[in-house]
Design a protein around this ligand. Structure first.
Ligand code: ATP
Length: 247
């Protein structure tokens, strides 16, 4: 078994058949690793994550080239739902909770989507409430009325209900207070340490992401500008020069 859980090779993507959003993007996530995908606004982070999750649509003029291999398997012929069943679960930008449902119903929806039995859903809820005690307090609140941080925890919890092997997150820190950002990243780190969950996280907040990640890659104008160990990249002047919007 290869220790590479996810491999992108020469990924390219366009919007409307014309706008080139990505070119020659290659990236590896090893089993048990946290990888940060950094870059300024518009650098191509979201497009990369959508391409990985097979969420770009040819019929809308969104095309990808290159190869994505998840757990030894070329994903070209798979749907995003197939990928979730195989353990590649995205948490996309925008905290899309089912706003009219309460927090617990959102979590249960993740369990149902992941094909869990009743007993597994009950155990899953307990696990999520241990990881995010705040969600237990808010479990009967309509998720649309909860705070931004609680909504972020809800969508991460919903993704965790389907027991991912690779969690793919798009800008979890966006618009959140520093303390909430720390809570979210330290919980992700805990899942990584205790359960070996592999994580690919796109972030503009390079300071936080590089503190929690094992390795990182920097996108600039849709191409890979830099990659390496997070600890090495932390002190690199190029990181600061990229203006990643970090505090
Ligand atoms: P952000 O932090 O703003 O989301 P990003 O690094 O995630 O930035 P992308 O959203 O992947 O970057 O955008 C990469 C490029 O593709 C940008 O030039 C953007 O304008 C363009 N783009 C993104 N989505 C679309 C779309 N639906 N239609 C056309 N162009 C798009």
């Amino acid at each position: 078994m290869s220790d590479h859980l996810l491999m992108l090779e020469g990924l390219a993507a366009t919007y409307n058949h014309a706008i080139r959003a990505l070119s020659h993007v290659s990236l590896t996530v090893r089993r048990g690793e946290i990888v940060a995908l950094l870059g300024a606004n518009g650098a191509g982070k979201s497009t990369t994550l959508k391409a990985i999750s097979n969420l770009l649509h040819a019929e809308r003029g969104q095309l990808t080239h290159g190869r994505v291999v998840f757990d030894g398997r070329d994903t070209a012929a798979l749907t995003s739902a197939d990928l979730v069943r195989l353990g590649l679960v995205p948490v996309l930008e925008g905290r899309h909770c089912f706003r009219a449902l309460n927090v617990e119903e959102n979590l249960v929806a993740g369990g149902i989507g992941g094909g869990l039995s009743r007993g597994e859903i009950a155990a899953g809820l307990e696990r999520i409430y241990t990881l995010f005690p705040r969600l237990k307090q808010r479990r009967r609140s309509a998720s649309g009325l909860t705070s931004g941080g609680e909504q972020q925890m809800t969508v991460i919890g919903r993704a965790l209900m389907s027991r991912p092997r690779l969690l793919v997150l798009d800008e979890p820190s966006m618009g959140l207070a520093p303390l909430v950002v720390e809570t979210i990243f330290s919980t992700l780190k805990r899942l990584n340490r205790e359960e070996g969950l592999s994580i690919l996280v796109a972030e503009q907040n390079s300071t936080v992401a590089l503190r929690y990640a094992d390795s990182a890659a920097v996108l600039e104008g849709g191409s890979m500008a830099l990659s390496g160990d997070a600890a090495d990249l932390r002190g690199r002047p190029e990181i600061k020069a990229l203006y990643l919007g970090s505090p």
